[in-house]
Ligand binder design. Sequence first.
Ligand SMILES: [Zn+2]
Ligand SMILES: [Zn+2]
Length: 361
Amino acid sequence: MEIIAAVSAGAGAPLTVRTLTLRAPRPDEVLVRVLACGICHTDLTARAAVPATMPIVLGHEGAGVVEAVGGDVAGVAVGDRVLLTYQSCGACPECAHGLPGYCAQWAVRNAGRFGADSPLSSESGPVVGAFFGQSSFASHVLTTPRNLVVVEPDLDPVRIAAFGCSVQTGAGVVAEVLAPDASSVLAIFGVGAVGLSALLAARALGVGTVVAVDLSPVRLALAAELGADLVLDGGTDDVAARIAALPGGGASHALDTTGAAPVLATALDSLTARGVLALVGLGSSPVPVDVAGLIGRGKTLRGSIEGDVDPKVFLPRLTEWYRRGLLPMDKLVREYPVHRINDAVADMVAGTVIKAVVTFP
Ligand SMILES: [Zn+2]
Ligand SMILES: [Zn+2]
């Protein structure tokens, strides 16, 4: 079938909205008409790494409606509203333990499919598809029951599209990895879509004190509006000293969404003895670690992908929070019709939008 997709071809080139061909679903696949897809920083990272000779359709926060199901598919029906997330095998030990983010085949199943293996093609040759098992910067995608979650039909796809990556990452790392409580101080470094999702989850879970750190006054103002007890400007405030002055003498829990070495150093300095710093942001440079400081104060550095959650379990929890008003996504999301996807990308890069969501007619 012919579909509309935003194609990336080369790091600096604008995305082009083109007509592509999507093959028919195989017995284990589901055809989804995409209504909305969030743009995640991983899309921008992947775009920068893809050569111009290898056109690809990115997008991994799709939300849509099922249009067809293969003969072997159970539990998903035509007309179902679905959220899409990353792909996993379902058979390896980590998948069996409900931690599909650590699937043994994670990399190969999410990097996209190439050449004749791709479900996408164009008049000028193959196009890389099935990025994160979806490639949702497109009007239609082929996906599988593994990486979709059926949601209630009345939920606005524009508002909930980012649940499948950014929101589950931020909310999941707080709920499932750090698990702070009413006596905890949680410091969040970087309050973009992931950091603000962490903040909202912390408020939903009744965490005692939540500190937001960022360089953007606009983001800090939004963090305060969404319930941060203290907002600190990483450029002008003495962040570690301000956090150390809180009751308890520092952060019992911290989250870094930036991957930036100086930010990580400050986050580690902000921890109390036996404090835990979770890392979810991929930085571009190696980070020196103060091993003596970690040992002497019993601190923990903990990496996490996709919040350590099982999307089949956690996305329904997020939609319930959303319904209860605990995830006011309208304050994070800005909608762009697909023909304006380059404006959306530019706004993401400039940091003038928290969560850009592309929509399809
Ligand atoms: Zn697996
Ligand atoms: Zn993502």
